[in-house]
Write a protein that binds this ligand. Structure first.
Ligand SMILES: Nc1ncnc2c1ncn2[C@@H]1O[C@H](COP(=O)(O)OP(=O)(O)OP(=O)(O)O)[C@@H](O)[C@H]1O
Ligand SMILES: [Mg+2]
Length: 229
């Protein structure tokens, strides 16, 4: 196997995982609800212990299914679809979408948009990357904190940074932050930052993290040669 064949191999493995894990999961899910329906006929008390057990099983199945979805999203990245896009509306739309979640937590989400007006980008993927970074920032920032999505750059590069004044990362976390499946969060998958890195690199760009424990984190993506204005 050559290095060039690795992505295809990973895709094949991913398709195998989808088939071998998802289909039986689906069947377990369906059988579980049949069981629940049948039990309800003889035991109408929905709070009975057995229903709690069933709900717990259903929750675990869902967690596994979500994990497989995340894994597939990571293993089968969409092909890069470059278009000439206006950068600022793209960022504004995305942040508008996530403001309610920030407000719910009492975290202010601001934007500071400078730099090139337009760039050659895959809009969907750029939004995915920013969304992952804002969610990370939000998760790390307590009520009263701030998250800023900033764009900057010039004719030769577009810079997109997500800045928070949350808990920051320890040096050990910082070291491992881009390792697939590394997470410090309960319920985290650890694929957010690896995905961000891949999106930046697919565009020929890069991503960097600077973080101070107790002070906050800045993740900066640089996309080369947007050649916009
Ligand atoms: N803005 C941030 N502030 C502090 N720690 C962060 C921040 N962003 C990432 N991290 C740390 O890096 C780890 C990896 O982040 P990553 O986004 O890859 O996975 P995750 O958020 O844990 O899970 P998910 O797959 O749901 O995104 C996090 O668990 C957290 O410890
Ligand atoms: Mg994340």
């Amino acid at each position: 196997m050559t290095h060039d064949q690795t992505p295809e191999l990973i895709e094949t493995l991913a398709a195998g995982v989808a088939h071998e894990v998802r289909n039986p999961l689906n069947s377990v899910q369906i059988n579980l609800s049949i069981l629940e329906q049948e039990l309800l006929e003889s035991l109408p008390d929905r709070d009975a212990h057995v229903f709690k057990v069933l709900r717990k099983i259903a929750a675990e199945i869902k967690r596994l299914d979500d994990f497989v979805s995340e894994f597939l999203r990571f293993a089968r990245p969409p092909r890069l679809n470059l278009e000439w896009l206006p950068v600022r509306p793209l960022v504004t739309d995305l942040t508008a979408f996530i403001v309610p979640e920030c407000s719910k937590k009492g975290v202010a989400l601001d934007i500071d948009l400078r730099g090139p007006e337009s760039a050659s980008l895959d809009g969907f993927q750029l939004k995915q990357a920013i969304l992952n970074l804002v969610l990370n920032a939000l998760q790390a920032t307590p009520a009263g904190g701030h998250v800023v999505v900033r764009t900057a750059g010039d004719k030769s590069r577009l810079v997109v940074a997500v800045v928070d004044d949350g808990e920051g990362m320890s040096p050990e976390t910082r070291e491992k932050a881009f390792t697939p499946f590394f997470t410090t969060r309960e319920g985290g998958t650890g694929l957010g930052l690896p995905l961000v890195r891949r999106i930046a690199e697919q565009h020929g760009g890069s991503v960097e993290v600077s973080s101070t424990p107790g002070k906050g984190t800045t993740v900066t993506m640089v996309f080369p040669a947007p050649a916009g204005s």
